[in-house]
Design a protein around this ligand. Structure first.
Ligand code: FAD
Length: 150
């Protein structure tokens, strides 16, 4: 039976991080640690992708929990140009077993993001939330598949 108060928020943002790769890895690890701890308590699940200087994130859960989480994220100085692509009720979670899955960089995603940013001069309005949600979900399924095969 569908859950009545279930929302999905999809956004896209930019980070102009210029430090060494190791510092970036530490920053992402800190973000994921806070996310997983807080989201588990709040009943929020989702996925975060970092690639080509951009974050893309899906947050899903009760509407007020998603809003409160996103308000904190929106104030975070570790990224800028936060653009919401979708905030809508949904009938099921796309990432039910993840308080926050992480999808790292790959050549293919770099091409997707690099291409979009290049064509539009960074115009996230050209992406649909549904499209970004599907990209994250299929990338996670691919990674889970390759882990299962390893
Ligand atoms: P803590 O977990 O106590 O902080 C952990 C560490 O991060 C500490 O070292 C602290 O110094 C550092 N830190 C915390 N906030 C900041 C900040 N604004 N700038 C620099 N360093 C900081 N939070 C969630 O709860 N759920 C999410 O799904 C989520 N997704 C995020 C996605 C992105 C792209 C970004 C940039 C942030 C995300 N965050 C998320 C983090 C969020 O913005 C807040 O920092 C976090 O929720 C604060 O949680 P806390 O009070 O438990 O901080």
């Amino acid at each position: 039976m569908p859950t009545r108060d279930l929302y999905r928020l999809v956004y896209y943002s930019r980070t102009d991080f210029a430090g060494p790769e190791a510092e970036l890895a530490v920053t992402i690890r800190q973000i994921l640690e806070s996310s997983r701890r807080n989201n588990l308590t709040a009943g929020v699940s989702g996925a975060l992708m970092f690639n080509a200087g951009c974050f893309a994130q899906v947050l899903e859960g009760p509407g007020d929990a998603v809003e409160r989480t996103f308000e904190r994220i929106g104030r975070d100085m570790r990224h800028t140009d936060v653009m919401v692509l979708q905030f809508a009720p949904v009938s099921e979670r796309g990432f039910p077993s993840w308080s926050m899955a992480f999808i790292g960089r790959s050549t293919r995603d770099g091409e997707i993001y690099g291409g979009l940013a290049g064509e539009s001069g960074f115009n996230p309005a050209r992406l649909s939330g549904e499209h970004l949600f599907e990209v994250l979900r299929s990338r996670l399924l691919e990674e889970e598949g390759s882990l299962a095969l390893a």
